[in-house]
Write a protein of this length. Structure first.
Length: 113
């Protein structure tokens, strides 16, 4: 079982950037696919980025071109680089395996206009 801890959230102005990190425990890190998900207050959680064991990535149109997911197998860490942030990106951001297992605490990202 992989345990995941997200970090790097915060308050940023519209147009700014943030990088989120997801530290994973477990010896099978390199064999797992990982995703970033987000949940705005009062809304459903949504998938926003995925990276597979071969480093292929996938994004929905809502973040494509602005967000970049990456992984460092040596550090057991998954990253989400977020650029050109918009107020509608405000949410709690979570990382998880694909398909998702248990959810962690997430990290809050707030984008002010």
């Amino acid at each position: 079982q992989v345990k995941l801890v997200e970090s790097g959230g915060g308050l940023v102005q519209a147009g700014g950037s943030l990088r989120l990190s997801c530290a994973a425990s477990g010896s099978t890190f390199r064999n797992n696919a990982f995703g970033w998900y987000r949940q705005p207050t009062g809304k459903q959680r949504e998938f926003i980025a995925g990276i597979y064991y071969n480093s292929l990535t996938t994004y929905p149109d809502s973040v494509k071109g602005r967000f970049t997911i990456s992984r460092d197998n040596a550090k057991n860490t998954v990253y989400l680089e977020m650029n050109s942030l918009k107020p509608e990106d405000t949410a709690v951001y979570f990382c998880n395996i694909i398909p998702p297992g248990s959810w962690g605490q997430g990290t809050q990202v707030t984008v002010s206009s």
